[in-house]
Design a protein around this ligand. Structure first.
Ligand SMILES: NC(=O)c1ccc[n+]([C@@H]2O[C@H](COP(=O)([O-])OP(=O)(O)OC[C@H]3O[C@@H](n4cnc5c(N)ncnc54)[C@H](OP(=O)(O)O)[C@@H]3O)[C@@H](O)[C@H]2O)c1
Length: 179
């Protein structure tokens, strides 16, 4: 957190190989932070990701996970399943799958583990994410209304997450964002 940061500003990113993960790495690097990212053995990061240090491993390999977060001022997890259907198809599929019961339960379980931890956590909940240019008008609140058409660009989402990692404005809150 700001004012309380180690001299070298280090950020650890899980899911750095993803589109929003890469955006976050870019934002943090531009601000002069050192970024270390964890990727799985199958992740496609040939050629690297900017100047970021990449640690390859599985989540079961605790030493790799610890190596990733060592000395970090903040840790961001950008991991999530990649939707591969169009939005209407996704909606239809989800309806038939009863809103992906297992996946939804898994996500709730993940969030509960984070919330019950003693960490200074923030859970950021975006609606549909896009590759549009940043709009710089992100709305963020635990009570923010999210509709079918709500969206946020990955660039804005990454900037919001990086800002939150620095300032801790929403520590111990689940925050909905759109912009
Ligand atoms: N796309 C949307 O519209 C949307 C909407 C709301 C929330 N979100 C959430 O926002 C976050 C970023 O989204 P995005 O669109 O940037 O995602 P993305 O480009 O698909 O990237 C997903 C990242 O998660 C990793 N990942 C996926 N499954 C994994 C697994 N089983 N084990 C370990 N790593 C795994 C991927 O690693 P590999 O490179 O190894 O595959 C990749 O780094 C995700 O948490 C997503 O669920 C997305």
């Amino acid at each position: 957190m700001e004012g309380d940061q180690p001299a070298t500003h280090k950020l650890a990113i899980f899911g750095i190989s993803g589109r929003t993960g890469r955006e976050l790495a870019k934002v943090a690097s531009l601000k002069g932070w050192e970024v270390r990212g964890f990727v799985r053995p199958t992740s496609r990061v040939e050629g690297g990701i900017g100047n970021c240090q990449i640690v390859r491993g599985n989540f079961e390999e605790l030493d790799r996970v610890i190596e990733t977060i060592a000395d970090s001022a903040a840790v961001c997890c950008m991991i999530g399943p990649a939707p591969n259907r169009s939005c209407p198809m996704e909606w239809l599929a989800r309806t038939f799958a009863r809103w992906q019961y297992e996946a939804a339960r898994d996500r709730e379980g993940q969030e509960r583990i984070v919330e019950l931890s003693s960490l200074e956590w923030t859970i950021v909940k975006p609606p549909r994410v896009t590759d549009s240019p940043p709009q710089d008008r992100v709305q963020a609140s635990s009570l923010l209304r999210i509709g079918l058409l709500s969206k946020i660009s990955r660039a804005d989402l990454a900037a919001f997450i990086f800002d939150e990692a620095q300032t801790g404005r929403f520590v111990r809150q689940r925050i909905f964002v759109k912009g």
